[in-house]
Design a binder for this molecule. Structure first.
Ligand code: RBZ
Ligand code: NIO
Length: 348
């Protein structure tokens, strides 16, 4: 295998351009700042796309799926078979993300990154299986480094082939809130107990068991300190594929819309590898999974919505999408004081 080449990702900070955008926003027919955080959102999208009149084009909902060997340790309230069953549901159009993507006209692509099931090929499904599920991370690394790099390379390649200038991140994989919690603990240095939550709905005893298992897995992989080693140690294939997709999207200056805890964990890893990634990111919401708030704080991202969602799939990203469209419309289409002949604020 050729060695993995990660893209280089430059800073898109441009103080002069941001000041120009702020002036455009301040000249719109409204009291200064009256559209609140929608103005900051407009400014961020405009900076990512490098346009004072941003247009979101052919948005892509990318849902990456994979199974986790660690699920055999009882860290999820649901069995691993739910992963492939939900992939079928995504493709049949009945899952939350299917419905919401349809509502908002987001093109849905589902990727088998490493599900323990053989899917029949069909439209909307990309077969990029590295292996049928990761290994049990409580016994050894979830993925070999070669598998980890393969999944990242798959994500980069598939993103290159997707049209548009915006991508919304989704995932499916029973047990993946455990992988996300361990990645957060390792990369941010926070205690695993604070990073661990109920996932699909564990009760108090289930959460205590999950914390104990995850603490043991972190200890087993104490040497996995750099982001790639941590990703290989904890998994999973869907997170690694998303890492590649995020890196590629960031390099192409697409708008990257984060969903919940697990999709955000992929961005955490990508940003640890290439620190300017986060400049291209918008946090759609803050999930009820407690680690998500810690993760967003660590990345200094402010979520748009707080709806106590704890689903994943990309559902929260789809729900926030109309806000991004509205932010662009305001910057593009609102009249200025001059063009509309509206009087400005009286001098103090
Ligand atoms: C029916 C069903 C649909 C889902 N859609 C997303 N997830 C979510 O739950 C999983 C993470 O939680 P844990 O780590 O506790 O397994 C992921 O698959 C995530 O996307 C679902 C879970 C279930 C049961
Ligand atoms: O925040 C998420 O993405 C999430 C939370 C619980 C279960 N699955 C996903």
């Amino acid at each position: 295998m050729t060695p993995l080449q990660l893209p280089s990702i430059d800073s898109i900070d441009d103080a002069a351009f941001a000041a120009r955008l702020q002036q455009l926003l301040d000249n719109k027919t409204k009291p200064v700042g009256a559209l609140g955080r929608l103005e900051a959102l407009a400014l961020r999208i405009a900076c990512i796309l490098g346009s004072t009149a941003p247009v979101l084009d052919a948005p892509q909902m990318l849902v990456c799926a994979g199974d986790h060997g660690l699920a055999a340790r009882g860290v999820s309230a649901y069995p691993s078979d739910v992963t492939w069953q939900m992939v079928e549901n995504f493709l049949a159009g009945g899952a939350a993300v299917s419905v919401l993507a349809r509502q908002h006209r987001l093109n849905l692509t589902v990727v088998d990154c490493g599900v323990r099931h053989d899917f029949a090929p069909r439209k909307g499904l990309l077969l990029r299986k590295v292996a049928p599920g990761t290994a049990d991370a409580s016994l050894g690394p979830a993925m070999s480094m070669a598998q980890c790099e393969q999944a990242i390379a798959n994500g980069m390649a598939l993103m290159r082939d997707l049209p548009g200038n915006a991508v919304l991140l989704g995932e499916m994989g029973i047990g993946n809130s455990s992988a996300a919690a361990m990645l957060l603990a390792r990369i941010s240095g926070q205690d695993i107990d604070a990073c661990t939550g109920a996932g699909t709905g564990l009760d108090a005893a289930g959460r205590a068991h999950k914390r104990k298992v995850l603490r043991g897995v972190l200890e087993l992989h104490a040497a996995a300190t750099d982001p790639l080693a941590a990703l290989a140690a904890f998994g999973g294939f869907e997170i690694a594929t998303l890492v590649g997709a995020v890196l590629q999207a960031a390099q192409e200056r697409r708008v990257i819309v984060l969903d919940g805890f697990i999709a955000s964990a992929a961005v955490l890893v990508a940003n640890a590898l290439r620190p300017h990634v986060v400049q291209r990111c918008i946090a759609a919401h803050e999930s009820a999974e407690p680690g998500h708030r810690l993760l967003l704080n660590y990345l200094e991202l402010q979520p748009l919505l707080q709806l106590d969602l704890r689903l994943g799939e990309g559902s929260g990203a789809a729900l926030a999408w109309p806000l991004l469209e509205s932010a662009c419309c305001i910057l593009r289409d609102m009249a200025s004081f001059e063009s509309a002949g509206v009087s400005r604020q009286e001098p103090a």
